[in-house]
Structure formats: C-alpha cells, structure tokens
Design a protein. Sequence first.
Length: 439
Amino acid sequence: MRRTRAAAAVVVTASLLAAATACGGGSTGDEGGSNAAPKELTYWASNQGPDIAADQATLGPELKKFEEQTGIKVKLEVVPWADLLNRILAATASGQGPDVLNIGNTWSSSLQATGALLPWNAKNFDAIGGRDRFVDSAIGSAGAAGQDPAAVPLYSMSYALYYNKKMFKDAGVEKPPATWDEMVTTGQKLSKDGKWALGAEGSNLSNNIHQAYVLSRQHGAEFFDAAGKPTFDTPANVEAVKQYVDLMAKDKIIAPGNAEYDKNQSLQDFANGKTAMVLWQSAASSFKAHGMKEGDWGVAPVPVPAGGAPGQGKNINSMVAGINMAVFKNTDNIDGALKFVKFMTSDEEQKLLNKTYGSIPPVKAAQQDQAFATEDLTVLRNTLGTSAAPLPQVPEESQFETAVGTAVKELFADAAAGRAVTTESVKAKLSKAQQQMAK
C-alpha cells in the first residue's frame, strides 16, 4: 500500500507542475483567498513530537491561547510525516486543503511551483512583523531563488549523531564515531546480544533522501546537474546510496527490522536501549517522552569521510532541515491565516515551541534565548551554520524525494530479506527512479 501511494505522488506531482495555474480554487492573482469564514481556521501540523498525541498536547493550549486573543477557532490535525506530502499534493490538486499547514522546507520549491500556496511578498511579511525577523538561511529554504517565498520558517533543524552513553560504556567505547570508517568499527562492537549500533527508518522516504543526499555530497556528487537535469545513477551517487544501505546489508550494524520503520520507531528503540546511535534532527524531546533523562545521551556531528572534519565540500554532514508554515491561496479566512502565522512565529511562541521540540528558532530574537545554548542545540546550530547544505532547490524536489526515497526503501527491503545489495542493483534502482522523473 505504501508503494502505491508513493507512485501516485509522482504522478500527482508531475500533473501539478504541468498545470500549476489550475490550482487555487477559483482565486485570482498572487493574493487569492477571501474572508468568507472569519471565525475559523483549519491547520495541518506536522508530527514533530514522539507521537501525534504529544503534538496535540503541545499545540492544543497554544491554539486555545490564539482563540482567546482573536476569537478565531483553529481546527487542528496532526499529520504523520509518512502521509503529509501525499495529503498536501492531493489538496493542491483538488483545491480542497486546510487554511494553514506545515511543510518540510525541502518541499518549498515543489509546492511553490503548483501555484497553490500564498506567496510571501513584502505586504504579507509586513503583516507578520517583517521578513528581517527571520534568519537568512531559513528564508533561503522557503522557496526558489528570485521568487517570493512560498512559506515562512517555523522550526529550524539539522542532523546530529545521538548516542546512548550507557551502551557505549558497557561496550567499552569511549567516544562517538567521527568518520564513517569509525562508524562501522564502533558499530560492530556495539551490535551484539540482540542490540544494534545504529537505527534507521528504511521505509521513510524523506529520511532516506536526507541520508543519501549527505553521502552523495561527501562523494562529491549531486542528484541534479546545473541545468536541473536528474543525475541519480552516476557512479558517485550509486556508491553513496550503497554505502548507506550497506550499514545493514554488509556491515550488519542496523537491524533488518529497521527496513520497515517509517514512524520514528528508531527513536523508541534508542530510548529503550535496543539501539546505541541514531542520526536525527532535534531528537531530545522524543527521547524525554520515551523516558530518557538529560545526560542519558550524547550528541556529536554526523560522521564525515576518513581524514576529514565537518565543513563544506565533501565534508557536508547534514541537509538544511526545518519546517515551514504555508497558507493555501484559496483560504476563506486570509486575514485569520495571517494572524495565525504571526502568532506562531512570535518571539514568545517561537521560544516555547522550539524549546519543546528541541529545534532552533528561525526567528532571530528567539534564537538568542539561553534555552537554545544546550549541548545538543549547540551542535545543531553549529552544523547549520558551517556544514549543512540545502537539498536541490528545483520544482521537482518532492518528486525526487519520492522516486529516490522509494529506491532506497526497496534496497533496504532487499537487505533485510538477505538479498544481495550490489553496485549493479543499486544502479538499477536509481536508473529506474531517474526514468520516473522523465515521465
């Protein structure tokens, strides 16, 4: 069933890009929207916490606060990451979506190209306090260069390597791996007695892309050339994807069952002492929700190739991660939607929400709060500032995530089933994904 949804997303994305002007539910011009329903809003929030119930508990009081301030009631739906992109694509195709929604910042250019989202021009930014309140790098991941952003930054993140201190001590491992060679040797010391070194989300297409992209950059590769043409099956990309899947297939440091994970199960395994390490964005709040205490885990930069250190070029060790907030152009409460975005990006809410989720505020004033000077957030902030790179800013980005993310998912399934993962099989999967992009 998941494979069917993924394939459908490719078809839907292609049709959206071919007929972008058809979106908008009858709105005209760049603004769109109306105020036909001024007392209500529908909001699709992404699943940021350990589960949907936790997000509802976090957001519920804040939405009530907004209602008390404005008289506008917000109907909340927290959408799992595995479903969010397909839900958004279906909504843009039908013109029947929420008023306000969260989107992964990597999707900004793709969804911008549909014409379904409100552009954040100077007038709309002024309505929420001004564009200059936001960190430049966060705005840079909110849409294609040279166009008004398609969304507003809400939470900023990067990847880090989280490690279980007790499991490291019990295995006699003194420090987290700094290179991929060390990841394998350290991982094999940790993978014993029914426990495993590294967690993964093998069926989560977006997570697959994030890991594959970083390794691609470390191999000196790109998934698109300068003209925006897909280059998925180049030798360097093949080696990058194989390196990732080989952590399960050859190196045996990822449990075969992780091939089926797509809803943060690897975080629960980490918290329960089943897995010693996990590569994740802003995971502290999830660990706490699963019973861990401050000090139970450590945080380090994601590994880089042997002989290197986190930085630019082949030492990129994270994609620029984050969550943006968008408004559907055909909302029937445009004024309320702008008020809601202003509320959610206010200094007070930015401090509260990003502290809860363990992310970094993209709002400059909020980022200066001492709550964001902890060990893990310092690693995340340093990574964002010095060794992270944005995913390809092309209209086909969401299609790329689906096609290549599915290829990696299928390779993990092969590894879990004991089928050989070879250079030839990886190239075949990536070639198929590249062909899908051309349809």
